[in-house]
Design a protein around this ligand. Structure first.
Ligand code: ARG
Length: 465
């Protein structure tokens, strides 16, 4: 049997290997809801424009609804010989309503159909990811309020640098997630135009109403150029770019959790809910979820790279290469969604070891900058000189094997005679973080104010959703 959809010109069945490389139903079956919604909008428009009869349109809509419920129920028989979701749906429509099904494809092509379906799918996915990222932010903010004053070591070069608060550290990820959401929102705005009615590439001679189908599908407007409409995949690339950056953010956080929970560091503990044991080493508590979040980043970056490479050599307009846009993107976006949800779970689960964090925060002479700042403020020393004096005091403390606040005043005065006992007020880790009141700084009262501000923003957003 030749293919029903273009049987006129073809008398032989495709070679088995041709069919195997050509079919996309295993992937594009996930577009069934969008495909049916777009077909319903198209049929209604065709009837409104007098291109098909109202009776045919009604039967088409009814048949499409039946197909929707068959697929949702799992009773639909997807046929590989019918290649993709568009032909599977249309073929079944024919079985259900007879020859009127053949009128649905008037004034459209699978080229504008697939572009429309996938835009709708990516739009839905962006909305789901946005909600997941908002929940992630909510979890971070909650813990930041709880730990606004919990002191931990801040690192640069992974060397103890200056004390910060755990709440401040968590809020850094709230900012990152906010930019991620901004990038997705931006991509969504640009993707929200309708390719439907561009037909194969050149438009159509039928008096269609592209504004109407765009409106019915929640698009802002029809795409203005039919060649662009069927051949553009920027919307996938932009979404995957935003996804890749978001995945990198999650991966950095996951890496921190892996470091923090290592027994060598021991700043944070994850419960049984977010760790696994070892089949041979009974003492182990492995942060597998964090490790997998870190690893899933590879798929997201991979999907972006793969599609950029698919697109880079394609002349206008539609090329079959573009069929390769879906599998990687779908997989990457669902991996990201899982990673966001896993991180949200870990944020709620983790317990910082406050005492150990405080000790670690003071280790490595982390308040040396506070000493230098005190010399500048109180003794009016130029910062560069203060830096040098502090360096000598740190060397002295290190030689004695004591912390800065444990070094006797007498010893400090040997380096700089003008130092007074008042200096001890700034050498504790609490005093250090408390003093960092500059905008965006780590002072607990800043952190609390920022966290509460975020909470309000997130709550307000939810109300307007
Ligand atoms: N399965 C195809 C895709 O995903 C649908 C469009 C096919 N168009 C065509 N002219 N063969 O790209």
């Amino acid at each position: 049997m030749s293919n029903k959809m273009w049987g006129g010109r073809f008398s032989e069945r495709p070679d088995a290997i041709m069919e195997e490389i050509n079919v996309s139903i295993d992937v594009d079956r996930h577009l069934y809801a969008q495909d049916i919604a777009a077909s319903k909008a198209h049929a209604a428009m065709l009837a409104a424009q007098g291109i098909i009869t109202a009776v045919d349109a009604k039967n088409i809509a009814k048949g499409l609804d039946t197909i929707l419920s068959e697929i949702a129920k799992g009773s639909f028989d997807f046929k590989r010989a019918l290649e993709d979701i568009h032909m599977n749906v249309e073929n079944r429509l024919g079985e259900l309503i007879g020859p009127a099904a053949g009128r649905l494809h008037t004034a459209r092509s699978r080229n504008d159909q697939v572009a429309t379906d996938f835009r709708l799918y990516v739009r839905d996915t962006i909305d789901e990811l946005d909600a997941a990222l908002a929940a992630f932010q909510g979890a971070l903010v909650e813990r930041a309020i709880e730990h606004a004053a919990t002191v931990m070591p801040g690192f640069t070069h992974l060397q103890t640098a200056q004390p910060v608060t755990f709440g401040h550290h968590l809020l850094a990820y709230v900012e990152m997630a906010s930019r991620d959401r901004g990038r997705f929102a931006d991509a969504r705005k640009r993707l929200n135009e309708s390719p439907l009615g561009a037909a194969a590439l050149a438009g159509t001679s039928f008096p269609i109403d592209r504004e109407a189908t765009a409106r019915a599908l929640g698009f802002e407007r029809p795409m203005a150029n039919s060649l662009d409409a069927v051949s553009d995949r920027d919307f996938v690339l932009e979404t995957l770019s935003a996804a890749a950056i978001a995945a990198v953010h999650l991966s950095r956080f996951a890496e921190e959790i892996v470091i923090w929970t290592s027994p060598l560091v021991g700043l944070v503990r994850l419960s049984d809910k977010f760790t696994t044991g070892s089949s041979i080493m009974p003492q182990k508590r492995n942060p597998d979820a964090a490790e997998l979040v870190r690893a899933k980043t590879g798929r997201v970056i991979g999907a972006l790279t793969a599609l950029l490479i698919v697109m880079k050599g394609l002349p206008l307009a539609y090329q079959k290469d573009m069929q390769e846009d879906k599998e990687g993107a779908m997989e990457a976006l669902s991996a990201l969604s899982l990673a966001v949800r896993a991180m949200t779970g870990m944020v709620g689960d983790l317990t910082p070891d406050d005492a150990r964090m405080k000790v670690a925060a003071g280790g490595g002479y982390a308040t040396a900058t506070d000493l230098a700042d005190w010399l500048v403020r109180t003794l009016k020393m130029p910062f560069r000189d203060a830096h040098h004096v502090t360096g000598r005091i740190v060397a002295l403390a290190s030689k004695e094997g004591v912390a800065l606040h444990e070094l006797p005043l007498k010893a400090m005065r040997e380096v700089e005679p003008k130092i007074t006992a008042e200096v001890f007020n700034v050498l504790s880790v609490e005093a250090s973080v408390k003093s960092r009141t500059s905008f965006g700084g780590t002072a607990p009262k800043n952190v609390l104010a920022q966290a509460k501000g975020w909470l309000k923003r997130l709550e307000k957003e939810q109300k307007f959703d």
